[in-house]
Each structure stands twice: as structure tokens, then as C-alpha cells.
Ligand binder design. Structure first.
Ligand SMILES: *[C@@H]1O[C@H](CO)[C@@H](O)[C@H](O)[C@H]1NC(C)=O
Ligand SMILES: *[C@@H]1O[C@H](CO)[C@@H](O)[C@H](O)[C@H]1NC(C)=O
Length: 467
């Protein structure tokens, strides 16, 4: 199948982009003083950045994340030959930019029999200035890892650690030796790592409840993710092809965590392009794991911008982001083709492939029926506005209130256009603050380069979904 793109566009009605380097002073004194109570992490895949050669290659990620209010990157590591070199560069860049980092051991690659090796790896980086400390302990996390001998690992570190791995209460793991837990399941699911089906339908909030109950007051790292789509076929050994329903998830989930008030939040992820849940920029240097087919020219920076007022609200203990919206923005996203459009014959998921993981499906990704053929819009406004949407010839207009709000309109094949009108004191609409953007939508294979040619100089973002 050719790429099936989703298009994310951010229309900045006031043309204001937050200064990426604002308030470095406040941040530094904050982290020096004492580990703050509420922290936001972003999961960062070291496994796809082997092409970085100097600490400065990490600087843009560090600064951008910090400007959003993200406190630390969870550096996901496997056992690749370049892992130590990259960890060194990431720790150095973080130190240079007033950011914090910690290691997140990925148990797809590490195994639970390696408690001492893991402890030694933690010790190797523990004294670096950028190491995140929580309650004066070295912070450490994981992806999976149930069954690890935590006591043996702690002994091998030889210093106090704050261990908050992604263990699973449902596996009956002994949770007494952990200080907290990360829940990875940031998407509605069927309790078996796939999209919900009738009768097997677990919400993200139900996952929160399971973890909070199991933790009995220990620290919870609540996941927040915008999307999940992966579409690897026979071209790789790790064939996998599914979606989780994600439509307005990024917006809805942020509202949920403001209500939940966990001690920690982890954004899943900064740069996992292969599963499409990255919010970091596409020009963040990385290698191609095969995801470029659906990722190229599909930046997600609009989602990054949505998170900013929510992160500020979370840190302040507020349940609404509205007091933290400082410029007017409309962010919208949609797939460039209806979900019923099938893969074409050139698609690498149209043939049998390795299904040892149980994650491979032929044709459209498993779960495709769970997505809606809608355009999703989030407005962040300092004054009310009228939003106009024209999708394939069908026009919609609605009043968007002050603050953050979301909207869904049915999507139709054809040209898409969006505009925002503010009102004068007599309630007459101003003309749009910025030009209306037009984007085509097709019901057959999409040439995504068309988009970037037109809009590469603007905050307009695209995301392939599926074909
Ligand atoms: C799962 O539950 C949600 C919330 O009730 C609902 O919107 C969705 O349609 C359900 N999905 C399936 C496949 O039953
Ligand atoms: C791969 O395995 C999963 C889980 O057993 C199954 O549901 C799916 O149909 C399999 N895919 C193929 C292409 O056989």
C-alpha cells in the first residue's frame, strides 16, 4: 500500500510561536532546588539515533522538550554496540541544556536474568550531572521486565535508586521492591495489545485504575500518547501491522491526566516513528527503521504544541489548560483517505510475513475499523472564534470558545480548507488572521510530497496513517 497519510496542520491564528528558549533561568533554579513533585517525561528511542556523532546532535531535542515543560527524557536502550556512545552524548547534551535524563531498559532486548549487568549500567551513568534524581535517588525505568531480580539489580548499583519500571500488575509480579510503575498502555485496547473489540474493550482510564490500585500510594507514571499505527510487512524481520484507536486521544487523554493528577506523566513517545506516536520533530536526526514510508513529511509538531498548556496546568495542579494558553491556535488532523480504502498490490503488508510475535496482519492494519473518518480539530484560543471547515465541498462552521476545545466533523474526499475568524467588539467577524490552507484528500494512493512542497515553510504537519 502506498502511504495513507493523516494530515496534521497547525494554523497559528496570531502567528505566535512560543519562544523555544523561554525561561531557562526558572527551570534551572527549579531543578537545582529540589526534585519537583510533578514531573513530565518523554520516551526517547536511542535505538534509532545511532547516526548521532556529537552531543550537539541532541541539543534541539533537549531544548524543544524543555521549552514545552518536559523535565526529562526516558532514554530507551537496547543492547546495541552504539548504546553507550549515544547515552554519553545524550547525557552531555542534557547537561549542556539544563535538561534531565534517565535510562529506560527495554526488555525486548535486555533479559530479566541480567540484574547485575543492568545495575552496573545504571551505576555507569548515575553520577553524570544530567541524571534525573527523584527524592535524591537515581531514577530508573523500563519497558517491560517483569521477573527481574530487583534486589540484585539494586545491589549492583550500590547507591539508592528510584525504580519505576513498566511491570504489569496483571502478571502478578511482586511489586514490593519498586518505587513506582510506568503503565505503557496509552491507548484503548483489547487487553491483549491490540485494538478493542466488542466485549474486549479496555479504556486507558481503566489501565490507570489498575495501576493506581496495585501501587497502593507509590508513584504512578501515567502514559499519554497521541497515536498508534505501525505497518511493517515482509521487508523486516519484526513484521507488525496494527492500530489502536487514537482519533482525538491526544486531547482527551491530556484532560484525563489533569483530573487524575499522577506524580509523573510519560509522553509515549518523542521519537518512535515506527509506531507513529512521535511528537518530536522529523528533523531530529535518526536512522530509518523502515517507517519512512509512512512517516516522511508527516511531522507531528502540532501535537507538541497542544501539549504545552496541558503540561503547564499539570505542573500547577490545575484541571484545565485554559489559563496557560497564550496564543490562538487551531490544530487539526485527518487521514488523507477513508478507512475503507484498501492497500494496493505494492504494499509490503499484502503478503505473508513472519508472525512469531502475533503482531502481523495482512492488508489494512488490525483495528482499522476502530478509527473514524473524521477531521479532528483542537482550538486553543484567548478569545472566542468562528472556525470554518470545508471538507470535500461540505462546509461546517462552529463557534469555538475561549480556552481549549475539540471538535470532530465528518471527512470527505476532496479539497480540505480551514479558517479561523475572530470577532470585533460588535461581534462582527474579522477576516482570517492568516490565509486559509487548502489540502487535497484522495481515495487512492497519496503523493505526500505534494504537501511538503507547498507548506514546508509553515507549521503544517502530516502523518501517514494507513493504506
Ligand atoms: C469501546 O468502548 C468505547 C467507550 O465506551 C466505545 O466508544 C467504543 O466504541 C468501544 N469499542 C468497541 C470495539 O466496542
Ligand atoms: C498473526 O497472529 C495473530 C495472533 O495469533 C493472529 O490473530 C493473526 O491473524 C496472524 N496473522 C496472520 C497474517 O496470520
Amino acid at each position: 500500500m502506498k502511504e495513507r497519510a493523516i494530515l496534521i496542520v497547525i494554523l497559528s491564528a496570531l502567528g505566535m510561536i512560543a519562544n523555544a528558549l523561554s525561561d531557562p533561568e526558572g527551570m534551572i533554579s527549579h531543578t537545582k532546588r529540589q526534585a519537583p513533585n510533578r514531573l513530565v517525561f518523554a520516551h526517547f528511542m536511542i535505538g534509532i539515533v545511532s547516526n548521532r556523532i556529537r552531543a550537539a546532535d541532541y541539543d534541539d531535542d533537549m531544548r524543544r522538550a524543555k521549552s514545552l515543560g518536559i523535565d526529562a527524557f526516558a532514554l530507551n536502550i537496547g543492547v546495541d554496540s552504539y548504546t553507550d556512545q549515544q547515552l554519553q552524548l545524550a547525557y552531555d547534551s542534557a547537561a549542556n541544556n539544563g535538561m534531565k535524563v534517565f535510562i529506560s531498559f527495554d526488555f525486548n532486548w535486555w533479559n530479566t536474568g541480567q540484574a547485575s549487568a543492568i545495575g552496573q549500567k545504571i551505576a555507569q551513568y548515575a553520577s553524570k550531572p544530567a541524571q534525573l534524581l527523584v527524592d535524591n535517588k537515581i531514577f530508573v525505568s523500563s519497558f517491560a521486565g517483569d521477573g527481574l531480580n530487583v534486589a540484585a539489580m539494586r545491589a549492583a548499583v550500590g547507591r539508592p535508586i528510584f525504580f519505576a519500571p513498566n511491570f504489569h500488575p496483571s502478571y502478578s509480579t511482586d511489586l514490593s521492591p519498586v518505587d513506582g510503575l510506568l503503565n505503557w498502555m496509552a491507548w484503548p485496547n483489547n487487553a491483549n495489545n491490540k485494538a478493542p473489540t466488542p466485549g474486549h474493550n479496555v479504556s486507558v482510564v481503566e489501565g490507570d485504575q489498575e495501576y493506581v490500585r496495585a501501587l497502593g500510594g507509590k508513584a504512578y507514571i501515567a502514559p499519554v500518547s497521541p497515536w498508534f499505527f505501525t505497518h511493517f510487512g515482509s521487508e523486516v524481520s519484526y513484521s507488525k501491522n496494527w492500530v489502536f484507536p487514537s482519533d482525538l486521544l491526544w486531547y482527551d487523554r491530556w484532560k484525563e491526566v489533569l483530573g487524575l493528577k499522577p506524580r509523573f506523566i510519560e509522553i509515549v513517545t518523542w521519537n518512535d516513528y515506527g509506531e507513529s506516536h512521535y511528537i518530536g520533530p522529523l528533523n531530529s536526526p535518526h536512522t530509518d527503521d523502515g517507517a519512512s514510508k509512512w512517516v516522511n513529511d508527516m511531522p507531528h509538531n502540532g501535537w507538541l504544541d497542544i501539549s504545552k498548556p496541558f503540561i503547564s496546568a499539570f505542573k500547577a495542579g490545575a484541571t484545565s489548560p485554559n489559563d496557560y494558553i497564550t496564543s490562538d491556535q487551531l490544530i487539526y488532523w485527518y487521514r488523507p483517505a477513508p478507512r475503507n480504502t484498501n492497500c494496493d498490490a505494492t504494499d509490503t503488508c499484502m503478503v505473508q510475513a513472519n508472525n512469531g510475535s502475533g503482531n502481523y496482519f495482512i492488508g489494512r492494519p488490525d483495528g482499522w475499523q476502530s478509527m473514524k473518518d473524521s477531521i479532528f480539530l483542537v482550538s486553543l484560543l484567548t478569545s472566542p472564534a468562528t472556525v470554518q471547515v470545508n471538507t470535500g465541498g461540505s462546509a461546517y462552521a462552529y463557534e469555538a470558545p475561549v480556552g481549549a476545545s475539540s471538535r470532530e466533523v465528518p471527512m470527505k474526499v476532496g479539497t480540505q480548507s480551514f479558517s479561523v475568524y475572530h470577532f470585533d467588539e460588535h461581534h462582527n467577524p474579522y477576516t482570517p488572521d492568516q490565509p486559509t490552507y487548502y489540502h487535497p484528500m484522495y481515495d487512492v494512493g497519496v503523493n505526500y510530497h505534494f504537501y511538503i512542497d507547498i507548506h514546508s515553510d509553515r507549521d503544517i504537519f502530516f502523518h501517514h496513517l494507513y493504506t
